[in-house]
Ligand binder design. Structure first.
Ligand code: UGA
Length: 424
């Protein structure tokens, strides 16, 4: 927003995070974001604060961007942070403003927050709530923010408020709209659902191809060829049809669970029953990867050394939330294997999440003395590894390509046992 020319004040309740951001230091890895942060701090358009009062006095538009993680006691989303943010902000709103929800929420949340706002804001009906879901991907956050593929504007039912909210959102997104980005208006619940439905669809697509991988494993077929051929039907398309270790991260897994939980609450549990299968197929890929490696090592990990390449849930991220790679690494360790992990960016987060694994400063160091090498997150530097890079350091030439990114012919020709998911 600052880069687009707006004056921006960012708030977090975490003082350490705010201090780091104010100093131009990103508290997480996201390609291309740090220069944007520093440029806008230097230009004075971007500032940070921990004061809700500063925020309330400052903003014409307030974006709510707090996390909605999975609850510890079940599948539903934990709305505690979001409720707390609105409860802290609303009583301080003395000037007309638009409050815009971006967090991924169960359908119906916006209506409930609009009531909180109406009850608590001194400015009353001049504090309007809109819902504007966010579709950015980690690793592409800057691009996706500046060049979104669509803007969804969930507007309040009351006509005057809706007209005002739409006008403000069109000003906020003027640059993207000038580029021809589609602008879809909807009511609040529909806008909330666009987000959860989109992530549910993406998860379903990944689990569909991974279910095909299971059938390929049972029948001797090759899922990568299958996916390639399916993708040529442009009604199907190739994106998110990549077979392998499946999805993780802070979004897809918890979003499909929260979606199921919400459907249950709404009395429509059967509507999303298939998402339980989507989740189970996804989790089975992790167990399958462990099984493929175990078999290759003769049936047991006890006393064996395993190199794990990748800890982040996807490349170009340091995020290890629900990471398939770390899950597999921990499972092998639990079966008695000595597991050494390398990730180009996620080492610190991985160490915090799985302190009992060993960590190495490079792929080659991780592979030194390994009886098997597992490629679990498809960072470019791992995709580009040649058999001759690893051969001099490993104890055994076994490679498990859980993301289907290496060239099987090249590895086999170099004398390796090459194994993958969904391929003979
Ligand atoms: C996802 C959505 O793609 C974004 O549109 C959305 O805004 C975001 O969640 C969110 O809700 O905030 P993200 O979690 O950054 O974005 O990651 P994705 O690129 O969707 O990848 C998710 C997982 O699926 C990764 O673990 C990735 O390895 C896996 N994946 C992806 C596959 O296993 N196969 C594929 O073909 C594609």
């Amino acid at each position: 927003m600052a880069d687009l020319g707006f004056e921006v004040l960012g708030l977090d309740v975490d003082e350490d995070r705010i201090a780091r951001l104010s100093g131009g230091d990103l508290p997480f890895y996201e390609p291309g974001l740090e220069p944007v942060l520093r440029r806008n701090l230097a230009d004075g358009r971007l500032r940070f604060s921990t004061s809700f009062r500063d925020l309330a006095d400052f903003g014409d538009v307030h974006f709510l961007c707090v996390g909605t993680p999975q609850r510890a006691d079940g599948y539903a989303a934990d709305l505690g942070h979001l409720d707390a943010a609105v409860a802290a902000l609303a009583p301080l709103l003395r000037r007309p403003c638009l409050v815009v929800g971006k967090s991924t929420v169960p359908v119906g949340t916006a209506a409930h927050l609009a009531r909180t706002l109406a009850d608590l804001a001194p400015v009353g009906g001049d504090a309007v709530l809109a819902w504007n879901p966010e579709f950015l991907r980690e690793g592409f956050a800057v691009h996706d923010t500046l060049h979104p593929d669509r803007i969804v504007a969930g507007l309040p039912a009351e006509q005057g408020a809706a007209g005002h909210a739409e006008k403000v959102l069109r000003e906020v997104y003027a640059a993207a709209l000038a580029d021809g980005t589609p602008f879809v208006t909807a009511d609040l619940p529909t806008a909330e659902l666009v987000k959860t439905a989109a992530n549910a669809f993406l998860a379903t697509k990944i689990s569909f191809i991974n279910a095909m991988a299971e059938v390929c494993e049972a029948s001797g077929a090759d899922v990568t060829r299958l996916a390639e051929a399916l993708a040529l039907d442009d009604r199907i398309g190739g994106r998110f049809l990549g077979p392998g270790l499946g999805f993780g991260g802070g979004c897809l897994p918890k979003d499909i669970r929260a979606f199921m939980a919400r459907a249950d609450e709404l009395g429509a549990p059967r509507a999303l029953g298939f998402l339980r299968e989507v989740d189970e197929i996804n989790v089975r890929r992790r167990a399958r990867t462990v099984e493929v490696a175990r078999r290759a090592l003769g049936g047991s990990f006890a006393g064996r050394a395993v190199a794990v390449l990748g800890a982040a849930f996807k490349p170009d991220s340091d995020d290890v939330r629900d990471s398939p790679a770390l899950d597999v690494a921990a499972a092998i360790r639990a079966e008695g294997g000595t597991v050494t992990v390398h990730d180009p960016r996620a080492m610190a987060n991985a160490r915090r999440a799985q302190p009992s694994l060993r960590y190495a400063g490079s792929a080659l160091e991780a592979a030194r003395g390994a009886d098997a090498v597992l490629l679990l997150t498809e960072w470019r530097e791992f995709r580009e590894l040649a058999p001759s890079d690893l051969a001099p350091v490993v104890a055994g030439r076994i490679v498990v390509d859980a993301r289907n990114v290496l060239d099987p012919a090249a590895w086999r020709a170099a004398g390796w046992t090459y194994l993958a998911l969904g391929r003979p």
